[in-house]
Write a protein that binds this ligand. Structure first.
Ligand code: NAD
Ligand code: MG
Length: 288
């Protein structure tokens, strides 16, 4: 088993949604020190939603280390995490564009894509990774605001962003959605979230079929339990935090940096014949 990543218990550490990575203990590993690049994305221009923290941040750092220029979107309350990403990517030596904004606003997703393409000078890779997860054990207590918020961020904003991005993406471009093990193996306390994660998978498959003739690939990554702000800011009950991830075959939660290679592969020309697929990074739980 890899000794490189944290495998102990976690302390309970509640935060308000959307959660700040720098306040977590241990701070999630998003690859600033651990990811090694090798020019797999030289010259590409990528937009990553939820790029301030967790899995999206690991993708942003890895993309920059692979030679891409990167724009990240995040919720305005996450400015401090976003500034840390900006500093890290400037140190790597790539361009970084910050695009704060709330993806629950219907028009924002389109404006975000326009702005990314304008400031980066084009767009080759679109990573739709932002997500809301708020646990609720009782469907009768699932209020309509939560239901709407979850669908607006996790599903509707993806459609709006893709509609706009197709004005810029061309043959060889790649769209990557972050789904979840919840999309195929839903938990009792994540009814609304799991529904949206199934939507991510069906969108991946239908869109791959629709865009294949344009040479644009569409794939999803389906993570298992990963140590990120989403989990401690309402994604799980605090009682589940200490042993979070330990029921997986690899017996620990994953760190965001352990997903970076999947996002790099799916963005790069090395996966030129891969589309409509769901890539599981789950610590061992089967996704098929
Ligand atoms: P995270 O908290 O680091 O990232 C989620 C991001 O979503 C936030 O940083 C925020 O920028 C963005 N976001 C949320 N609400 C938003 C809004 N209203 N407007 C704009 N942006 C908003 O957590 P993460 O776990 O890295 O999450 C990234 C993706 O991974 C999500 O889609 C999540 O569903 C998925 N995922 C996570 C896990 C896990 O165990 N952590 C497992 C499976 C799937
Ligand atoms: Mg965040």
């Amino acid at each position: 088993m890899s000794k490189k990543f944290y495998s102990g218990d976690f302390e309970k550490q509640p935060q308000e949604y959307p959660g700040i990575q720098s306040k977590m203990s241990p701070v999630p590993d998003t690859g600033e020190e651990t990811y090694q690049g090798s020019n797999k994305l030289t010259g590409k221009k990528a937009l990553i939603t939820g790029g301030d923290s967790g899995i999206g941040r690991a993708a942003a750092i890895a993309y920059a280390k692979e030679g891409a220029d990167v724009a990240i979107n995040y919720h305005p309350e996450e400015e401090s995490d976003a500034q840390d990403v900006k500093a890290a990517i400037e140190k790597i030596g790539q361009k970084i564009v910050l695009l704060p904004g709330d993806l629950r606003e219907a028009t924002f997703a389109q404006e975000m894509v326009k702005e990314a393409a304008s400031q980066l000078g084009g767009l080759d890779v679109l990573v739709l990774n932002a997500g809301i997860q708020q646990y609720q054990y009782d469907i009768q207590k699932l209020d309509s605001k939560q239901l709407r918020d979850t669908f607006e961020v996790n599903v509707f904003s993806q459609v709006h962003a893709i509609q706009e991005a197709l004005n810029y993406l061309k043959e060889g471009s790649s769209i990557i959605l972050t789904s979840s093990i919840q999309g195929v193996k839903p938990s009792a306390h994540l009814v609304d979230y799991a529904m949206t994660k199934s939507c991510n998978i069906s969108l991946t498959k239908s869109l791959a079929a629709q865009l294949g003739s344009h040479g644009i690939r569409v794939n999803a990554v389906a993570p298992g339990p990963i140590w990120t702000p989403l989990q401690i800011s309402g994604g799980q009950p605090q009682e589940s935090i200490p042993k979070f991830g330990q029921n997986q075959p690899l017996q620990r939660a994953g760190q965001p940096a352990e997903l970076a290679s999947a996002y790099v592969l799916l963005a790069s020309d090395e996966s030129s014949y891969t589309t409509g697929q769901v890539y599981g990074v789950t610590g061992g739980a089967p996704i098929n």
